[in-house]
Design a protein. Structure first.
Length: 353
């Protein structure tokens, strides 16, 4: 590891940007950081860019040295050159090298809006109770070819407040990882990235939220999140559905033990095969489905592995059960959430999973 000689004055923001064989996109990512400008009422913070080259075998090293020797980013650019060890070791090396009070994330195939750093730094500076500031993002791909991922981006962009992020965190990762900026002390309090059979970003947000982290999101789209064919969520088994289901089960069980007065029993809105498969690891953790709630008359009255499938009228009154909204079809979970709210179930009494 051989970072560039840092400035003797610590910056306010450290941008941690891991890169592996990303020479074809890294220049655009760096240019977007070079082009950072103040936002109205928000000065541009002093920042450094820590590019963690994770053992690249393409021309990434040459590109980084060109940027560093050419002073395109001045003394802000601090490349780290590591043997290839994967995303988690690269991220944690970047965190260890970061000197900023705030840490911003970015990936080598994404580009930042010119006001991103100024807006997020001002957000954290002006809201001391906020631990992590994310932003909405622009989907950088073909919506026809990648409609599933585009819908996921739209879903993430709909979660703005801490309450929305917290309640939806068991459905999927509620913030776009390369869009976040967080306080360095979060790592000191709740730990860095962990390596394992799970998505490292979803795991760290679940862990931090479990321990009380406050997260919210700027409504502006401050990052272009590009949908590359080599994106880890496509290629890495840790992002496969089965791995996500196991991760969800671990942290959801912990939440239910602390917050469900009817533990281990839950009522599940959604009795379809996909919902049952997603929640199967939760039952292995000792949580017990009291019933599956469905609207399909062909399913109501059946039993699935001994668990009754009932209609919506059979759901206990508000305050007398814990509800998991497990519908996965497009728009179904949102419709069920509206129905639950309209029938008196406070949003804090049901989770979207």
């Amino acid at each position: 590891m051989n970072p560039a000689q840092p400035s003797p004055v610590s910056p306010l923001v450290s941008v941690v940007l891991p890169a592996w064989n990303a020479a074809h996109t890294l220049g655009d990512a760096l240019q977007s950081l070079l082009d950072q400008t103040p936002a109205p009422g928000a000065p541009l913070p002093d920042f450094e860019v820590i590019v963690v080259d994770d053992g690249s075998t393409d021309s990434s090293h040459t590109l980084l040295e060109h940027w560093r020797s050419g002073h395109l980013l001045g003394n802000r650019l601090r490349p780290l050159y590591l043997p290839h060890g994967g995303i988690v070791s690269a991220l944690n090396a970047g965190l260890s090298a970061a000197r900023g009070t705030f840490v911003a994330r970015m990936d080598a195939d994404d580009t930042a809006h010119p006001q991103r750093l100024s807006r997020q730094a001002a957000h954290l500076f002006n809201n001391p109770q906020t631990d992590l500031s994310a932003t909405c993002v622009t989907f950088g791909g073909d919506r026809q070819m990648a409609h599933g991922f585009a819908h996921f981006v739209d879903w993430q962009n709909s979660l703005i407040s801490h309450e929305q992020i917290s309640r939806a965190r068991f459905r999927d990762t509620p913030v776009c990882h390369p869009s976040v900026m967080f306080r360095r002390q979060c790592v000191d309090k709740w730990g860095a990235y962990r390596d394992g059979d799970f998505a490292e970003d979803w795991e760290i947000w679940l862990r931090w939220l479990h321990h009380g982290a406050a997260m919210d999101k700027l409504p502006q789209q401050m990052l272009v999140w590009n949908d590359a064919p080599s994106r880890a969520t496509r290629a890495d088994r840790r992002y496969a559905r089965e791995a996500c289901d196991r991760l969800r089960a671990i942290w959801l069980t912990s939440w239910l033990k602390e917050n469900n007065p009817f533990h281990p029993y839950v009522w599940v809105v959604g009795g379809g095969r996909v919902a049952r498969q997603r929640l199967a690891p939760l039952w292995q953790q000792g949580v017990v489905p009291a019933a599956y709630v469905d609207i399909d008359p062909h399913k109501i009255g059946n039993r699935v592995q001994g668990i009754a499938v009932v209609g919506r009228a059979a759901l206990p009154p508000p305050g007398q059960c814990c509800i998991l909204n497990a519908l996965t079809a497009h728009g179904a979970a949102e419709e069920a959430s509206r129905w639950l709210t309209e029938t008196g179930h406070h949003p804090g009494q049901f989770l979207i999973v």
